[in-house]
Ligand binder design. Structure first.
Ligand code: ATP
Length: 237
């Protein structure tokens, strides 16, 4: 493992019943890095993220977080070590905005997460304005911001996000990118699974997942130097 890796997954196999979805997946994230896991529908992105955060158990391979082997560690304990997961359906629609953020903060075990909540309202002022309203009353973009705030309430070192662009218009995707670039600027490490190539704008490194195998890993510049990837993902010859 690189000495400075925050997260290191090596040789991960995972699947459901008799179906194997992931085949020997290797991926690492260094502190403060923004890593993009790019792949089409069904490539296995969600399965990989779930095995990283402990929502499904990898069948083979090892996961290290901040130098600690967490392959057999339960999900809540992986969170306490600094890794938070934001799923596609990131919020509880019937809870208020503030209740959603509190649920996120509970993972920290803080008796009073008030200071953290105030800090998050500073980053997302619209959420303060609407804090007593149910999350279901928010627009798609605001709901995504709430999902991000809820995940950040746990004060992670690494935020693992599943398709933050899902269901958003291109304009709202730009807003999400803006927020993520700001978080990156604050030193948070991000691992983002996406099929939307606009996320290359904020990535430091890319892993391309195809049919449960890592087809490529490298920098964005290295990816665009690769002719077949360029054709497949940028539609360029
Ligand atoms: P998407 O963008 O559609 O979420 P993905 O890259 O995240 O795609 P996965 O959701 O990991 O892909 O799915 C990989 C494969 O595993 C697919 O063939 C999918 O049908 C299958 N799969 C996913 N979840 C389950 C499950 N709970 N039980 C059985 N098969 C599943």
């Amino acid at each position: 493992m690189p000495p400075d890796a925050l997260l290191q997954a090596s040789g991960i196999d995972a699947g459901y019943g008799t179906m194997q979805v992931l085949w020997g997946v290797d991926l690492d994230v260094r502190p403060g890095e923004t890593v993009l896991l790019l792949g089409a529908n069904g490539a296995g992105k969600t399965t990989f993220l779930k095995s990283l955060v402990g929502l499904i158990q990898a069948r083979r391979g090892q996961i290290k977080l901040a130098g600690q082997d967490v392959t057999q560690t339960r999900s809540s304990d992986r969170m306490k070590l600094g890794m938070t997961y934001m799923s596609e359906l990131a919020v509880f629609p019937d809870l208020s905005i503030e209740e959603n953020i509190r649920v996120g903060a509970e993972a920290l075990g803080h008796a009073d997460p008030r200071a953290r909540i105030e800090e998050l309202y500073g980053v997302f002022p619209v959420l303060r304005e609407k804090r007593r309203n149910p999350a279901s009353s928010l627009s798609g973009g605001q709901r995504k911001m709430l999902g991000i705030a809820k995940a950040l309430a746990a004060d992670p070192k690494l935020l693992v996000m599943d398709e933050p662009s899902a269901g958003l218009s291109p304009l709202l995707v730009k807003e999400v990118l803006h927020v993520l670039a700001d978080l990156r600027g604050r030193g948070l490490a991000l691992l983002i699974a996406e099929q939307n190539i606009s996320f290359l704008e904020i990535a430091t490194r890319v892993f391309v997942l195809e049919g449960g195998h890592i087809r490529f890993s490298g920098t964005v510049a290295e990816m665009s130097d690769n002719e077949s990837l360029r054709q497949a993902y940028f539609g360029l010859k």
